[in-house]
Write a protein that binds this ligand. Structure first.
Ligand code: TXA
Ligand code: MG
Length: 336
């Protein structure tokens, strides 16, 4: 791939029209959503989608999420069971992705050859503007090099993909900060959460009036690779600096850590002398604030100053976003 110039666009009406035209031409545009920035392409254009994999250096066996305006657009791409429709009506637009039996309209590259397709309808105004202006479904994985920490600002996208994509739409920091909840609805009688996010398992269970299982991370039983979202792989969302997750950053943990360590607290500590090695996910111990800050903090702590990062897991009782943060931290630290 030859070197190309990367531009960040303010969300003016003229720029939105320009970026919509670029998408229609088969180009890539990094787009803000409420969860993380996505790297978007026309989901019906296999060549355009192939460019996503090239820019991210993403293996082609890892399928993409398709973003749509509404249920009607989703129904052109997938079979919507009554249960899936219930979830969509309850949680769309928003951070919920449904894995559904695909239709033949979806190119193989998008689904990695599977018979299912992952679809979500984002609530972010700018993502919706582009969906409306293009009239297209937009395939968009997170706009980061494969395996690295997801981007929650336009600058994060540029840091990872500069020279590899032309267009980044700047919508400011993402409001949720961690990726959407993914529910496998291929079999409506056996819904399964493949990735935890802001929409909780309990909320999904309540909506469906049935228990919903949480897919365990790591290797599936047997060698049924097709059963597992590749994003469920143990190691993912990883900073370059080795990361250790601890229940609590106590004085004894800090004392025992090597000198060139960075410490990421869940809540800003009030009782320690700051030495420049400390970071925090929230000021007041709020899981929503922590999720919003998670990837920005990991990126700041991952700039080569430290040989190891120690990060506090949020208490699980703080709700779905605490669960999502713990899930991402576990995977960011896996294999280390
Ligand atoms: O919040 C989000 O979902 C963000 C924004 C941009 O919408 N997108 C996102 O995409 O996180 P990505 O590619 O980073 O993660 C998508 C996950 C991957 O783990 C992929 O394996 C899984 O969705 N996935 C996609 N299609 C699937 C399918 N048919 N079956 C199972 N998993 C699928
Ligand atoms: Mg991703």
């Amino acid at each position: 791939m030859s070197k190309i110039t990367t531009s960040i666009y303010r969300p003016t009406p003229a720029n939105l029209r320009r970026l919509a035209a670029a998408l229609r031409r088969g180009e890539l545009v990094a787009v803000p959503t409420e969860t993380v920035y996505g790297l978007a392409a026309n989901a019906l254009d296999a060549r355009a989608c192939r460019r996503i994999f090239a820019a991210k250096r993403r293996p082609t066996h890892d399928p993409l999420i398709v973003h749509v305006l509404d249920l009607r657009q989703a129904a052109a791409l997938a079979e919507i069971s009554p249960a899936a429709e219930k979830l969509a009506r309850r949680f769309w637009p928003g951070p919920l992705t449904l894995v559904l039996p695909r239709r033949s309209t979806v190119p193989d590259i998008v689904t990695a050859g599977r018979d299912s397709v992952a679809i979500r309808s984002p609530v972010h105004l700018l993502a919706r503007r582009l969906l409306r202006l293009t009239g297209l479904p937009l395939a968009a994985p997170s706009a980061n090099p494969f395996g690295y920490v997801s981007p929650t600002t336009a600058a994060h996208v540029r840091d990872g993909l500069v020279g590899r994509i032309r267009h980044i739409l700047d919508g400011g920091p993402c409001r949720v900060g961690v990726e959407s909840t993914i529910v496998d609805m291929r079999d409506p009688a056996r819904p399964k959460i493949l990735r935890p996010g802001a929409i909780s398992r309990e909320a999904i269970s309540r909506c469906l009036h049935r228990a919903v299982r949480l897919q365990e991370t790591g290797r599936p039983a047997g060698n049924a690779r097709g059963e597992l979202a590749p994003g469920m792989l143990e190691q993912h969302y990883s900073p370059r600096t080795p990361l250790v997750v601890v229940g609590k950053l106590t004085a004894s943990v800090i004392h025992a850590a090597p000198e060139n360590s960075g410490f990421i607290y869940f809540e800003k500590p009030s009782d320690i002398r700051l030495t420049g090695q400390e970071f925090w996910l929230s000021r007041g111990g709020d899981a929503r604030e922590a999720a919003r800050n998670l990837y920005a903090v990991l990126r700041r702590a991952d700039q080569g100053r430290f040989a190891r990062l120690w990060v506090e897991a949020p208490p699980g009782a703080l709700g779905p976003l605490a669960g999502a943060i713990n899930d991402r931290l576990r995977r960011a630290s896996a294999g280390r």
